[in-house]
Write a protein that binds this ligand. Structure first.
Ligand SMILES: NC(=O)c1ccc[n+]([C@@H]2O[C@H](COP(=O)([O-])OP(=O)(O)OC[C@H]3O[C@@H](n4cnc5c(N)ncnc54)[C@H](O)[C@@H]3O)[C@@H](O)[C@H]2O)c1
Ligand SMILES: [Zn+2]
Length: 340
């Protein structure tokens, strides 16, 4: 196990890399902690929760809503949770988002920590302190920014993660490689999802590396004014296709990253779209897709990240180097309609 303390503006987070949930007892004592998880995790790993008061949620994004928060709060009241209680979210991004948000509002704020269990949760959702719930069609409409006290990694939990969730998480890993880490891009080219599933050492090094990439970007820009926007690579168009079609988040941002590479060719002189799409394909992700250009452009330009008449779009200048460019909305629409 490796312990690493990461400082944010007003608090710090302790990362326990390569740890085991048995170590959790030392960080969050069972008598004064409540675990929040979902049925998939609880059923697959019952032993891991022994000794803790545990609130088990129904799995799925559709439960990442205010009603679930209210139900959790009622259970916390029943359990007599107070300001001394620590909430621990054990699960994917849905569970950690709900946990961080609930902990931030219950009694005006409790201490909380995460044990992320999906690839996406490990490399992305658990990091950065943004936690919230959806409101109807609006994702993450209500929420808080507050850093967890600790994030503990227990890679043995990944044994039960379904295939398609591995693929989903690798879309964010490839995103990180594209925007900041050319060496990791080359490593990914040498492997497949199956290699990482098989090889504990390989996957733990990859997760650690990605955790530090996201952490570093967030540290530099905790409240999202500048560089944190790089993390939106593939997400602007990605979110628009995700809402219009039945796609996983990973699939949608993979299509978004492909389009962003094509736009980069015209706007930054980027030359390696074929390398990026080959890597996405190697990890089971879609690239060129026949989405409705007009519809998606319309949805995209209504995105909340729009800045008046132009949109900040994340492009690549080369593999490993993301850049944010303001593109006039009219030009952006024209370019998207012309994508192959
Ligand atoms: N807070 C942030 O900064 C941030 C960043 C990115 C994403 N998110 C949020 O994260 C969520 C997506 O996260 P996700 O992809 O982890 O989704 P998720 O939490 O829904 O998990 C996906 C599925 O995998 C299951 N699962 C997770 N780990 C498992 C394991 N080890 N074994 C068996 N099953 C397991 C879950 O039960 C669920 O069915 C979205 O709600 C998104 O908005 C938040
Ligand atoms: Zn994402």
């Amino acid at each position: 196990m490796e312990l690493k303390t990461v400082k944010f503006s007003v608090s710090s987070t302790q990362f326990y890399f390569g740890a085991s949930m048995s170590h959790l007892k030392k960080i969050a004592r069972p008598a004064s902690s409540v675990i929040i998880t979902d049925e998939h995790l609880f059923d697959a790993h019952p032993d891991k929760f022994r000794g803790y008061n545990t609130i088990v949620l129904k799995p799925g994004e559709e439960h990442k809503v205010q009603d679930t928060v209210s139900e959790i709060i009622e259970q916390l009241v029943e359990m007599q949770a107070d300001r001394q209680t620590t909430l621990v979210g054990v699960g994917g991004g849905v569970v950690t988002d709900i946990t961080g948000y609930t902990a931030s509002v219950y009694m005006r704020g409790l201490k909380f920590g995460f044990v992320p269990t999906s690839i996406l949760g490990l490399v992305d959702a658990s990091i950065g302190g943004k936690n919230g719930v959806d409101l109807g069609d609006y994702k993450n409409m209500v929420g808080t920014i507050r850093q967890p006290s600790f994030i503990l990694h227990d890679y043995s939990l990944l044994a039960s993660l379904p295939d398609h969730e591995w693929v989903n998480g690798f879309a964010e890993v490839i995103k990180h490689a594209c925007i900041t880490d050319a060496a990791m891009f080359r490593e990914l080219e040498k492997h497949t999802v199956a290699d990482y599933r098989r090889d504990k050492k390989l996957v733990s090094a990859l997760i650690r590396r990605n955790t530090l990439i996201k952490t570093k970007v967030v540290q530099g820009d905790e409240f999202e004014k500048g560089d944190r926007r790089l993390l939106n690579f593939g997400h602007t168009l990605g979110h628009a296709v995700e809402t219009q079609y039945e796609l996983s988040h990973g699939e949608a941002i993979s299509i978004g990253m492909t389009a962003a590479c094509q736009l980069s060719e015209q706007l930054t002189g980027f030359k390696h779209t074929a390398k990026v799409t080959a890597l996405l394909g190697q990890y089971g992700l879609p690239t060129y897709a026949a989405f409705d250009r007009d519809r998606v452009t319309e949805v995209m330009t209504m995105d909340k990240k729009r800045d008046r008449k132009e949109m900040n779009y994340v492009l690549l200048s080369r593999i490993g180097k993301g850049v944010v460019k303001a593109i006039p909305l009219k030009q952006l629409g024209r370019m998207i309609r012309q994508l192959d």
